[in-house]
Ligand binder design. Structure first.
Ligand code: ZN
Ligand code: ZN
Length: 278
């Protein structure tokens, strides 16, 4: 089985809200990894209107279509839907999904902060329709609170959402958790937080798939700094891959979130892909 990487050419051609031009050199920046027999590059389709309307209020969807970033958001979320389904079905081993203008600040009524539709909402709505009762765990290690993701899944106890941010919350019978992390942490301190706050919850919850919202805005030279080095992101994926192998047959989908530092993106994303494929 292969590792799927979902990327649309459009992502490299435009300057996107908040994250800017960070995918300008992609997918070429992953060239050496894309030739591996264990990796397949897939061009995403746009997410369907039907799925969008299941997760977002009509007005939010209509206003999205008037924006110049709409196409990027639609391809991004289409990639999330396909990746999550293919990994769940066992057609892909795991996946790395590139996202622009979509992500964790898009809730039912509101979307902001560079993310105008939800990456995970349509993907899990699609899975629930095809296989009812799926249990999924979402770990969010972007620097900011995933307010949109939380709003969409609050009350849905088939979804564990653990978000590393500035809040400290446990709600929805322990299936929705915020873990406070510091502004200036070592790589090891952050990894230890993930091991102690996410791993036991995931083991107890028993997900069938893990989705990782991986922002690199936490890098020490990015816009939501928490002191982390670029090696941190690769180590984090290594740990989550190990956890996924332990609890859900390796089913892991990584979705890119915030961060605008092009050098960080160029360094970490090829290596994360290689880590997934190894
Ligand atoms: Zn962020
Ligand atoms: Zn949070």
């Amino acid at each position: 089985m292969k590792t799927g990487v979902f990327f649309h050419q459009l992502f490299s051609q435009k300057y996107w809200p908040v994250m800017g031009h960070k995918f300008k050199d992609f997918p070429q920046a992953m060239e050496e990894v894309l030739v591996l027999p264990e990796v397949v590059l897939l061009e995403p389709q746009k997410v369907s209107n039907l799925l969008l309307h299941q997760v977002h209020e009509g007005q939010l969807v209509e206003s999205l279509f008037r924006q110049d970033y709409a196409q990027g958001a639609l391809y991004s979320v289409g990639g999330c839907v396909e990746a999550v389904e293919k990994v769940y079905r066992g057609e892909l081993k795991n996946a790395l999904v590139f996202n622009v203008a979509a992500g964790h600040h898009a809730g039912y009524y509101n979307a902001w902060g560079g993310t105008y539709i939800s990456s995970t909402g349509p993907a899990l709505a699609n899975l629930q329709q095809k296989f009812s009762g799926v249990r999924a765990a979402i770990i969010d290690t972007d620097s900011h609170h995933g307010d949109g993701t939380r709003e969409i899944f609050l009350g849905d106890r088939q979804v564990l959402h653990v978000c590393f941010c500035d809040l400290e919350v446990v709600e929805d019978l322990g299936t929705k958790v915020d873990v406070r992390v510091g502004k200036n942490m070592t790589d090891e301190e952050y990894l230890e937080k993930v091991r102690s706050e996410f791993f036991p919850r995931a083991r107890e919850f028993g997900p069938e798939i893990i989705i990782h919202l991986l922002g690199h805005d936490t890098h020490k030279d990015d816009y939501g700094p928490r002191g982390l080095s670029r090696e941190f992101f690769i180590d984090l994926v290594k740990e989550l891959k190990g956890l996924a192998e332990e609890v859900c047959s390796g089913k892991l989908v990584i979705i890119t979130m915030g961060g605008s530092n092009r050098m960080v993106s160029k360094y970490i994303h090829p290596r994360i892909l290689e880590m997934l494929a190894n």
